[in-house]
Design a protein around this ligand. Structure first.
Ligand code: ARG
Length: 486
């Protein structure tokens, strides 16, 4: 995504042809560059959607008799020519034309003068809202696919199941298993996917026909354009449609932030456990030091964590645009495009990197057992064993705490205790087998039996259905366009 400000020392313009009727002087070059140079760079991501939206709009204008079928046919074939050029990457946006909407209209009008009729009954305000919703639908689907890939990589990783530590307050807590850890993160991502699915339904309403703010008195058919573009329905209120630009973007970024926070948690666990030498980092996803030859650094994992912070910034940026603006359309909302495009790219890259790196992790089981032993990770099990023998839990907790204190002083692990020692301190009879069962850190099955990662998330099906619906709409639009282009 090209984000650089295009150098435009001075864009000297005649009073703009698009809206210049009531102006005497040309727009100031610096002002124009401020408005448009970054904007057209961002709008490049919207070209395909803008053209598709125009195809549907023109089909509707013809169907409603607002323009003649012959005129529509000419506009549609000009749009198809621009679409082809854009598909080949040969359609670049001119900042002097402000945005993608005007660039497309100008390109069409250069092919056929009927292009001047294309903008009947719409505004760039409903157009940009349409384009960004269409972009967001694809983005939500692509990010969901990346999250599903991350879930699949957790499933893959869980096949290396072994005993695994858990922590609270970054201190060793209780033993668990690698599967248990993978399952926990799988659950987090399931919620991320659910949030995205729910948002998709809100995004999937068509604002086209809302006009600048108050709709239009032309006899348009909003249901028809909504259908041609694969939306579930038209939006309900024109002022809300143009005025809520940025809201869905902020919502998406907030969901992406939560998903990035989950990715960051996974990455941080990997960093910390590699630091303790329990995890061996894959060569393919680590870097070295330019000075210290022995180093193997978890750079991509750190960068995922760093990018979670960027995502929070992008969310705050988009959310901030929503307050203090009055009803209707305001150009402040143009700023949400930057946050949206950056956020989607950042999320996709981060989830993909993690998905590829995780299955390559290796585990040092001896070190893991040592970590758990050193952390007296089975002390809760020991207290529970005493409680099961009739000692009130609070007293059992105290006895087990005393045993841990003693062990620390004697530099001894819980697994080295004898049943007679424990029985004597606790005042209840414990057998060797019972004690062993309680204080063995490596009973993997015990920690894995209850957790199963599903082979396919329910959200994979929902994603498939959404993609299918978009494909079907594409086919329908193509059919309608063909009927008019002779
Ligand atoms: N570039 C604008 C945006 O992204 C498109 C709508 C412009 N509308 C206007 N009245 N200036 O929001």
């Amino acid at each position: 995504m090209p984000l650089e400000i295009i150098a435009m020392e001075q864009v000297k313009m005649m009073a703009n042809k698009l809206w210049g009727g009531r102006f005497d002087k040309a727009a100031d070059g610096e002002m124009y560059s401020f408005l448009s140079s970054e904007n057209v760079a961002l709008d490049t991501a919207l070209i395909a959607y803008d053209i598709e939206g125009s195809l549907a709009h023109v089909c509707m204008l013809a169907k409603q008799g607002i323009i003649a079928k012959k005129e529509a046919g000419e506009i549609l074939s000009a749009l198809a020519a621009v679409q082809k050029k854009a598909g080949e990457g040969k359609f670049s946006l001119d900042p002097a034309l402000e945005d993608v909407h005007t660039n497309v209209e100008a390109a069409v009008t250069a092919i056929t003068a009927n292009g001047k009729k294309m903008h009947t009954a719409r505004s760039r305000n409903d157009q940009v809202s349409l384009d960004t919703r269409m972009y967001m639908r694809v983005a939500i689907n692509e990010v969901s696919a990346a999250l599903l890939e991350l879930q699949a990589s957790l499933l893959e990783l869980s096949k290396k199941d072994c005993v695994f530590p858990t922590y609270t307050h970054t201190q060793v807590a209780q033993p668990a298993s690698l599967l248990f850890w993978c399952h926990a993160h799988h659950c987090e991502i399931e919620r991320d996917l659910e949030r995205l699915s729910q948002l998709y339904a809100r995004v999937n309403e068509c604002p086209l026909g809302s006009g600048a703010v108050a709709g239009t008195t032309w006899n348009i058919d909003r249901n028809y354009t909504a259908k041609l573009l694969g939306f579930s329905a038209p939006t309900a209120n024109p002022m809300d449609s143009v005025g809520s630009r940025g809201e869905l973007e902020a919502e998406l970024l907030s969901h992406l932030y939560l998903a990035m926070a989950h990715a960051s948690k996974i990455a941080t666990d990997v960093i910390l456990l590699a630091n303790k030498r329990l995890i061996v980092l894959p060569d393919e996803y680590s870097t070295g030091s330019s000075m210290m030859p022995q180093k193997k650094n978890p750079d991509p994992f750190e960068l995922v964590r760093g990018k979670a912070s960027r995502m929070l910034g992008l969310y705050v940026h988009a959310a901030g645009l929503l307050k203090s603006v009055p009803s209707g359309y305001n150009l402040d909302s143009q700023e949400s495009k930057y946050a949206l495009l950056q956020g989607v790219k950042t999320a996709e890259q981060s989830f993909s990197i993690l998905a590829h790196a995780l299955p390559l992790l290796k585990f040092d089981k001896e070190e893991i057992v040592l970590e758990l032993e050193k952390g007296y990770a089975c002390a809760t099990e020991l207290a529970d064993l005493l409680a099961k023998k009739g000692v009130p839990f609070r007293s059992a907790h105290s006895v087990a705490g005393g045993i841990v204190k003693e062990c620390i002083a004697k530099k001894k692990f819980l697994s080295a205790l004898s049943a007679s020692e424990v029985s004597a301190v606790a005042g209840v009879k414990i057998t060797d087998a019972e004690l062993k069962e309680a204080v063995s850190v490596d009973k993997v099955a015990r920690f894995s039996a209850a957790y199963k990662i599903p082979a396919a998330s329910a959200h994979a099906k929902a994603l498939e259905a959404r993609v299918k619906a978009l494909d079907a709409a594409h086919a329908l639009l193509e059919k309608e366009v063909k009927a008019l282009v002779k």
